[in-house]
Design a protein around this ligand. Sequence first.
Ligand code: PFF
Length: 463
Amino acid sequence: MDQDKQSSTPNAATGTSRDGFTSSFGVLAATLGSAVGLGNIWKFPYLTGTNGGASFLVVYIIATLLVGLPVMISEIMLGRKAKADAVTTFQKLAPAGQPWWLISASGVLAAFLIIAFYSEVAAWVFAYVFKAIGGAILSSDPKVTSAAFKTLISDPVQALLWQWLVLLLIGGILLLGVAKGIEAVTKKLMPLLFVLLLVVAVRSLMLPGAMKGVEFLLAPDFSRLSAGVVLTAVGLAFFKLSIGMGTMMTYGSYFRDNQNIPTTTLRVMGADLFVSMLAGLAIFPAVFAFGFAPGAGPSLLFITIPAVFASMPLGHVFMVVFFVLAAIASTGALLSLLEVPVSVMSGRLGISRKRATVINLLVLALIGSGCALSNSTLSGFTLFGKTLFDLFDFLTSNILLPLGGIFICLFVGYVWGLARLKQALSNEGALENGRLVRVLFVLVRFVSPLLILVVMLRGLGVL
Ligand code: PFF
């Protein structure tokens, strides 16, 4: 069981003053805040919509258990053991001279690429909160909502300004620190997010004809499955759980020594899946009730959803609530993404957190503009047939995160070893979880890395 609330002093065991999470609820809120994000509200619904509904959901759940769980536990465990940024963690824990820190270096790169496109989607969401309040996107005609969305994304000034605003907000929170910034903010926002999402889901389920949407989410059609679909599900599991790139490792370094890592991880995964399902239940019943198509793809959130809400009584209010909750979700995730390079930079270069945050924001404003302008000034600029926005999304979910996951598993399975795994996950013998540790060990040694590799190579068309 959790030995919650025993210590409110971060890293009491080490006696250092390193910033960290101060309560069990704080750990849960921050970690869940990282996992829950636009992945739940934007990616999960549109990917489920375009990949066959419930059958995709089944594959996704299997992927989270066989691949997500072991990688997430491993990352948090290594971070807590080293109590350092992601790059230093591997340097501290790996045998001298072995370049395992490259995993974290590739994680920092992945963080940059994800923030670059993610902050732009968050930018649209924040813009939509204001547009929803003002009624500018309140039309039941998808042609009108589509035109409104196109106007927003194809205007370089709006696209850039909203993105920079989002980056400033996230940077401002990070400047407050881990406990006073990340933990304090996510502790307030996560419960609010749950309540708002629940309200919208109940409203959507009460619509006449809502059952068709529920069926779409819960009745599998396995004929839609293919290697590409399985890769998408594995990629989504990595993205959704914020794993494979050092985010959970960084947050793990802020965990308290008496936190039960496997229990916390299971709770975060369960709650994250619950939020994804709630988002599905908020969206699909309403989509079907008003006769819209579920497979609209990435624009589902920005074109279909406003039209759906505009079709229902009191839709204006629910639309505002919906985009506010999406904005909240993106905030927690972006905090954890930016924390990776900020902690690496301040930890390795010995510069203050403030300086590290400002430098990272400046670099990100630059890389991010490449994605912000993907629909306007830079729409003609493609690499490998993709705009920067699509390329960064594809590279991270389908290549960098799965690769990071494979190497994290190999490190724990073959370098770290069973004895240290047992020691670290039992909190030096205080917890009884021997069976779980043995199952986990088999997973990280054989099942997870092989599975990720095969799925990755098949999905990329190599196998
Ligand atoms: N898990 C977040 C989401 O679902 O929106 C996205 C994310 C956050 C991915 C942090 C990766 C990460 F390191």
